[in-house]
Design a protein around this ligand. Structure first.
Ligand code: MG
Length: 361
């Protein structure tokens, strides 16, 4: 982090909120019915507050994640650089994956937000990048062929040039029916991606991917467990489909291992899992070296800045799951995410919304 010795952290607070989700988002590996978030606020000696938030995915993990973040608060004022070293040391034995990895990512993002605000610029400017509009794709859950087609038509009318749909129905024929219904609805020019959300065995994935080769898919995401790099590499050798994965990888070592094994054609990062801004930047450098196109998962406000700093930026995922909370939700036009240039990491929230949905945890 540039200048991190000059940023003094005086406190760290975390709160939990639960936002409603208008329509549950169903996938082959679970349904998102609400949006439980841990909000992190990091105060500094110069009166600047760095913010970030973590999507806890479910009620099961909300309170443990909240408590983990609270337990990482410094006991006395400390430089950002020292805080990072202290947290790295504290987590060395337990490891930096899972909820610990998410908590560390959240604190890292809040530190970067404070640093950018201190320089009164966006994260992109702070790091010497240039902001530009990004191509964005929208996602559709498990809705069956008819509803998926209707939903895809609506997204196409809104100007999206890429649409991703969750599949992994009981039979491959049902997967194909959904894909064909969407393709008929959106025409030949819009990119169509599919996401199995890790639901297939390797043997089943081999069969299904072979049958999907005629479907003109832009990518097939997480057909098997995301950490089965060898399985993904074996699949990749025998399929004509481009494979996408990475949203569930925890750090740059995993990303490097997956790339080295030839597990994927495309990479996708989740800033809340990959080590925050610092982890993303390392991964983006790996992607540059290996010429791997890099896309984002969730949190478009922060992800758009991170993709602007990524030499192989590919697609931004459009998601409005917590737009309600954001002070400046990312704006989209004709399928492109528009650069905002606002100071910070794009992580500021609306206090009224927080007050309304705050949980007594
Ligand atoms: Mg996915």
């Amino acid at each position: 982090m540039p200048d991190s010795n000059t940023l003094t952290v005086t406190g760290l607070e975390a709160h939990a909120i639960r936002l409603p989700l208008q329509t549950p988002y169903r996938t082959a590996s679970g349904t998102v019915t609400a949006v439980p978030l841990v909000l992190i606020e990091l105060t500094t000696a110069r009166g600047i507050t760095g913010r970030s938030m973590l999507f806890a995915y479910s009620e099961l993990t909300l309170k443990p994640l909240l408590e983990l973040v609270r337990n990482m608060a410094p006991q006395a004022p400390v430089s950002a650089a020292t805080l990072e070293k202290q947290l790295e040391h504290k987590s060395r034995m337990v490891g930096n994956q899972g909820l610990v990895g998410m908590a560390l990512s959240g604190i890292d993002i809040a530190l970067w937000d404070a640093m950018a605000k201190r320089h009164q610029c966006s994260l992109v400017e702070l790091l010497g990048g240039e902001e530009h509009d990004l191509q964005a794709y929208a996602s559709i859950g498990f809705e069956g062929a008819r509803h998926c087609a209707t939903h895809a038509s609506q997204l196409a009318r809104r100007g999206f040039h890429g649409i991703k749909v969750c599949i992994g129905y009981p039979t491959v024929q049902e997967d194909i029916n959904v894909i064909q219904a969407i393709r008929n609805a959106i025409g030949p020019d819009i990119k169509l991606m599919v996401d199995y959300n890790q639901c297939l065995s390797l043997a089943e994935a081999r069969l299904r991917l072979q049958m999907l080769e005629e479907c003109d898919l832009y990518w097939v995401e997480e057909p098997i467990l995301s950490h089965d790099f060898k399985g993904m590499a074996a699949l990749n050798q025998h399929t004509g489909n481009a494979l996408q994965s990475g949203e569930n990888w925890w750090n740059c070592f995993e990303i490097e291992q997956a790339i080295d094994l030839g597990a994927v054609d495309y990479l996708m990062l989740n800033s809340m899992k990959c080590g925050g801004v610092s982890g993303w930047l390392k991964a983006a450098e790996l992607a540059r070296v290996h010429e791997a196109p890099l896309s984002s998962n969730l949190w478009p406000e922060l992800s758009s800045q991170l993709l602007n700093l990524s030499p192989t930026a590919h697609w931004l995922q459009y998601s409005d799951w917590w737009s309600l909370l954001m002070k400046s939700p990312l704006q989209f036009s004709q399928g492109k995410a528009l650069s905002s240039g606002a100071p910070g990491a794009g992580t500021d929230w609306d206090e009224h919304i927080v007050d309304h949905y705050r949980l007594p945890l």
